[in-house]
Design a protein around this ligand. Structure first.
Ligand code: BES
Ligand code: MN
Ligand code: MN
Length: 460
């Protein structure tokens, strides 16, 4: 049997080729929300199938009503070791606005920066670079004698649109997907030098509302005053969603939201988070959430309501005196604790309906919906992973929360009773979902080394 040092040395030796492999995946524009990119999503799925076949996985593309899943299995040396299921997503967010990219988003490249080299391109950190850290660890094991434990992989292509096909796929393939522990590489480190395990993720409810008034757009002089304006109605409703203290006003919204247990609050105080620097990095100076809460609470443990987009009327160059027939908004809620997305969806729709004047009708479209997640912090797997991270980074791994959402983690817990280890190597300044998305070369390299150590530690 190869030692862990052999496996790590293999990862070091493979670095250049590993970057080439990541770059070929990054150059596929697998934007899940864009129908014009459907064929590219298939290409990305096929690319992963080919890659893992080469590593000895029994793997295939599995069709769904949406984008295909990629599911594979490989046997490991130790029969008594836990069987792990690794999850990642091959889809990416749209790259627009393209003019803000320094180089085209799907032409990945290495860029020199004062802190080291970075990999720039859409999907660099979310999630192609991250998922390839695990794949590269598997490769190094393969090239030094084999995996230490049974490994299954599940790559999906719809994470960025709320994983609509995953619950059905999971129900149909429960037996095949069931493993002892789920590994997810789609979260952040604490900072560039400090590894972290994420133990809390917020849930997400995403609603779209369309208000309609007159049967067509009108002359705002000839009809203005007499005709209802749906943008005005919508603005008032949206403005009503928060009170003057920044709290959300939907009835029942805070049901299931608990104060942070003292143990976790104490852990977070230890983290010594710099609120000013966090905001200054994005050009801001004053926290804008619920009054009386720390910034870490605002992003990790408190629920929010955000208006993500609002459209209506004339938005082109110049001016047009129009009284619009329609107004629409995209509104999303980050959820914590035991908040129930279905109840909040109903409460939001009632809230809108109750405020509609005569002649205005609302239509609702539900997008993503998933509750918050918290991971058991006392498991043996977590303890081992934490030690493995510490040996790679020479710093203890912190237990952190995150404001983001990965809807499937909760589904795996509920349906297959699988606990997840959320371990990722992205940084807050990686520009996930934004132009010039990047992943530190050190995250990519040391991420792969971290997974090698974690797999070895879980199997030991
Ligand atoms: N990887 C992110 C979520 C994330 C990022 C969690 C950093 C923790 C740290 C994921 O790809 C994502 O963007 N999720 C979406 C949810 C989805 C339903 C669109 C999100 O959080 O907005
Ligand atoms: Mn992601
Ligand atoms: Mn994302």
């Amino acid at each position: 049997m190869a030692t862990i040092d052999d496996v790590l040395a293999k990862i070091d030796a493979n670095q250049t080729a590993a970057l080439d492999r990541l770059f070929s995946l990054l150059s596929i524009p697998s934007v899940s929300t864009d129908p014009a990119r459907a064929a590219d999503c298939l290409r990305a799925a096929d690319w992963l199938v080919g890659e893992l076949k080469g590593l000895g996985f029994e793997i295939s593309r599995r069709e769904t009503d949406g984008k295909p899943m990629v599911v594979g299995h490989a046997k490991g040396a130790r029969r008594d070791a836990p069987h792990v299921l690794f999850y990642g997503h091959y889809d990416v967010q749209p790259a627009e606005p393209l003019e803000l990219w320094e180089k085209p988003p799907f032409e990945p490249r290495l860029v020199d920066a004062p802190t080291g080299q970075r990999i720039v391109g859409r999907g660099a950190c979310d999630d192609k670079g991250q998922l390839m850290t695990f794949v590269e660890a598997c490769r190094a094991f393969r090239e030094t004698g084999g995996l230490p434990c049974d490994v299954s992989v599940l790559f999906e292509g719809e994470e960025e649109i709320g994983s609509p096909s995953l619950p059905g796929f999971m129900a149909k393939n429960a037996k095949e997907l069931k493993a002892d522990v789920m590994l997810v590489c789609d979260t952040a480190m604490w900072d560039r030098a400090t590894p972290a395990i994420t133990t809390m993720l917020r849930g997400l409810l995403y609603e779209e509302v369309i208000l309609r008034g007159a049967n067509r757009d009108l002359h705002s002089g000839l009809f203005g005053g007499a005709a209802i304006n749906p943008i005005r109605v919508l603005s008032r409703i949206l403005a009503d969603l928060h009170d003057e203290n920044g709290a959300v006003t939907l009835p029942g919204f805070y049901e299931g939201v608990d104060e942070l247990p003292e143990e976790i609050a104490a852990q977070w105080r230890e983290l010594d988070f710099n609120e000013e620097a966090f905001l200054a990095d994005v050009g801001l100076s004053a926290p804008a959430g619920e009054k009386g809460r720390s910034v870490l609470e605002m992003i990790w443990s408190r629920p929010t309501c955000e208006i993500n987009g609002i459209v209506g009327g004339f938005t082109g160059e110049g001016s047009k005196t129009v009284l619009p027939a329609e107004a629409r908004a995209k509104v999303s809620f980050r959820l914590v604790g035991r908040q129930n997305p279905d109840k909040i969806s109903q409460s939001f729709r009632d809230f809108v309906e109750e405020r509609l004047p005569a002649d205005v009708k609302a239509e609702f479209i539900g997008h993503a919906s998933s509750p918050a997640i918290s991971v058991a912090t006392k498991s043996e797997a977590l303890r081992r992973a934490r030690r493995a991270l510490e040996s790679e980074w020479s710093k203890p791994a912190l237990l952190i929360g995150s404001g983001g959402s990965i809807p499937i983690v909760g589904a795996f817990k509920r349906e297959l009773n699988m606990d997840a280890l959320l371990i990722g190597f992205s940084l807050d300044d990686d520009r996930a979902h934004s132009p010039n998305e990047k992943y530190e070369r050190s995250s990519f390299h040391k991420g792969a080394r971290s997974w090698a150590r974690i797999l070895a530690a879980l199997a030991a």
